[in-house]
Design a protein around this ligand. Structure first.
Ligand code: HEC
Ligand code: HEC
Length: 185
């Protein structure tokens, strides 16, 4: 008669599960390593000035997203700080890199898109009403206005005019103001 021994089933089961666990661990370690090395390729050579900026206080979880953002979105104009536009604007811009104000944003790979969105979404607010038109220029943005309570802008404000009052824009620093504003009541 064929006799099944429970202990032999258990020992086979244990052996199998050990093999599976080891295989899964190797697999996830290699995926983790792959992602890290991809991130490194894209973020490895971020300019030092950015790393030293006072606005660099983003939690570790968003740092890769911020670096991707600065790399991808400061090639043609300064990188705007996330809080000046609603999340809806950032979403539309990230979803349509090929329809970008008459040009197209190159090198926006899927992983970059996700990391940038994670960062921009976290540091911006959504529009209060669903039917409110999405602003595509800072000039039209309610959040840009809210961040400038002291200022009555006389001329059109664009990405090119921030530097008039924010001398640190190249370092993604929107806190430092020109002495004239720093000292005004
Ligand atoms: C290939 C060049 C290029 C790249 C790269 C680029 N942009 Fe632009 N962007 C433009 C142009 C051109 C305009 C139109 C404004 C102008 O005429 O100066 C613009 C305008 C904008 C504006 C409106 C600015 C304002 O003055 O109100 C925002 C916001 C913006 N871009 C976000 C982004 C984001 C986010 C990225 C990265 C995903 C990005 N841009 C990357 C070319 C670029
Ligand atoms: C005419 C001068 C002026 C211009 C132009 C200007 N800002 Fe400002 N910004 C200020 C002042 C002053 C403050 C401090 C808030 C206040 O007093 O209204 C400020 C505050 C801010 C803040 C909040 C900073 C913080 O402490 O967290 C952000 C973000 C910002 N500005 C972004 C921008 C961007 C982006 C542009 C260009 C599209 C821009 N500003 C153009 C003067 C200016």
């Amino acid at each position: 008669m064929f006799k099944i021994s429970w202990s032999s089933i258990f020992s086979r089961f244990n052996l199998l599960s050990v093999v599976v666990i080891v295989a899964i661990s190797f697999w996830s370690i290699s995926i983790g390593w792959g992602i890290t090395s991809i991130l490194h390729t894209f973020t490895g050579s971020a300019p030092m000035a950015i790393a030293a900026s006072p606005n660099d206080g983003v939690p570790a979880r968003y740092q890769a997203g911020q670096e991707f953002y600065l790399k991808t979105c400061s090639a043609c104009h300064i990188a705007l700080p996330p809080e000046v536009l609603p999340s809806e604007t950032w979403k539309k811009l990230l979803e349509n890199p090929n329809k970008h104000y008459g040009t197209s944003v190159p090198n926006l790979i899927r992983l970059g898109q996700l990391l940038i969105w994670d960062y921009l979404q976290t540091f911006s607010r959504t529009l209060p009403a669903k039917d409110e038109p999405i602003p595509f220029y800072v000039e039209q943005s309610r959040y840009f206005k809210i961040l400038h309570p002291r200022i009555k802008f006389k001329e059109t404000v664009t990405h090119g005019s921030c530097i008039i009052c924010h001398p640190g824009v190249e370092n993604f620093d929107f806190r430092t103001l020109t002495p004239e504003w720093e000292n005004s009541p």
